[in-house]
Design a protein around this ligand. Structure first.
Ligand SMILES: *[C@@H]1O[C@H](CO)[C@@H](O)[C@H](O)[C@H]1NC(C)=O
Length: 379
């Protein structure tokens, strides 16, 4: 009874922080308000959606339908290549900006590819926006979204982004963040994407929280030709702090996530499930603290060699060192039918000093909870 009252109080407080949005961000993007208390708008056409997202008003934009961009910019026919094999389950690369010629000169050529032009470049989302789906109705199909060029204070919650040229690498990303700050991506589902499900570009992306989202890697076309999408989450950037919390990463084969540049990553209570390939790839400048995650049927938990730094919360004694900065011990990760990892770089802990740090639970029950609650339509 008492517990219910507290939850109700939290919900009331949250709704005054930002209309249309449920709850508030934990971790690095804590304090994000998006469109704040702006009156909700309900776009009914693609044009209206693009206009609301891109204008300079603070807005709460509610999606109560599917916005399908497939075909809206026509198709493009060009050449490509098959660096990953020519089987029907393999992705093909578009020779975009001569990528095939420059980087895969020995790959079999594909003389003619026709892809959907709208997929290549996502919709611009300007500062001070909340983009939220109603129930399970909010879907953007055939085009992603981009928070770039100084965009700040954005909430994306409870929507799905789907079906962006899944057959063709370079056919488009679902969510791009590059040169931005205070971005919260929550309860978002991405499925059947050409390239990255989520990419943080090489500019400073500052404070980002990605929580309770579903990266659904099931696809008929894959760079690993095994039905598992390779291009999961790519965290690059010159000054990035990213909280990955409570997400469900399903059926991928790589970059889940890839971390480099100058990126501090707190990966907490995520479920990595059925990864036929690798989950983490940690390049130079990637600082990863992972705790309370569950790895179930994950072939390779982290690619080797690790060029960056990893604190994998290896054992209770070492995890107690988190107390000095986190005010608590770090949580162990859990592994079922999975590979393992070891990373005891405790110097990462001090990098969290003075920052907003997400809470963490022991990995018990994370698996069943995440399967039921992560992604769009599960708020
Ligand atoms: C976003 O809101 C803040 C606070 O109201 C304001 O200072 C800033 O100019 C807004 N940004 C844009 C691009 O409108």
């Amino acid at each position: 009874m008492k517990y219910t009252t507290i939850l109700a109080a939290v919900a009331t407080f949250a709704s005054t922080v930002s209309a249309g949005v449920t709850g508030s961000a934990e971790g690095f993007a804590k304090g994000v308000t998006g469109g704040g208390s702006a009156t909700e708008v309900y776009p009914t056409t693609n044009e209206e959606l693009v206009s609301y997202l891109g204008d300079s008003e603070a807005r709460v934009i509610v999606l109560d339908r599917t916005f399908d961009f497939t075909g809206t910019e026509g198709t493009t026919t060009t050449s490509g290549c098959s660096p990953w094999g020519t089987a029907s389950s393999c992705q093909t690369a578009i020779n975009l900006h001569n990528w095939c010629d420059n980087y895969e000169p020995n790959a079999p050529k594909v003389s003619s590819i026709t892809y959907d032009t709208a997929g290549v470049l996502g919709i611009i989302v300007n500062s001070n926006k909340s983009l939220v789906g109603k129930g399970s109705a909010g879907v953007i199909k055939g085009k992603g979204i981009r928070m770039v060029s100084g965009a700040k204070n954005i909430i994306i919650q409870n929507i799905a982004i789907t079906d962006i040229n899944p057959q063709y690498v370079w056919g488009g990303d679902a969510i791009t963040v590059d040169d931005a700050d205070l971005v919260w991506i929550d309860h978002v589902t991405t499925a059947r994407i050409a390239r990255q499900h989520i990419v943080l570009g090489t500019s400073a992306d500052n404070r980002v929280t990605i929580s309770y989202s579903l990266i659904d890697g099931r696809s008929d076309y894959s760079a690993t030709c095994n039905g598992h999408h390779y291009w999961g989450i790519y965290l690059d950037g010159s000054n990035d702090m990213v909280t990955l919390m409570g997400n469900y990463f399903y059926y991928l084969s790589g970059r889940m996530p890839k971390v480099q540049g100058n990126t501090l990553l707190h990966a907490v209570n995520n479920l990595f499930h059925n990864i036929e390939g690798h989950a983490f790839e940690i390049g130079s400048g990637g600082y990863v603290l992972a705790e309370g995650n569950v790895f179930q049927n994950v072939d390779t938990v982290v690619e080797t060699p690790i060029s960056g730094s990893l604190f994998s919360s290896p054992d209770a004694t070492t995890n107690a060192q988190c107390k000095s900065v986190f005010g608590r011990s770090c949580q162990l990760n859990a592994f079922g039918s999975s590979g393992s990892w070891s990373g005891a770089d405790t110097s990462i802990i001090s990098r969290f000093s003075g920052k907003n740090i997400a809470s963490a639970r022991a990995p018990t029950n994370i698996e069943s909870w995440t399967m039921k609650n992560a992604g769009a339509g599960n708020l």
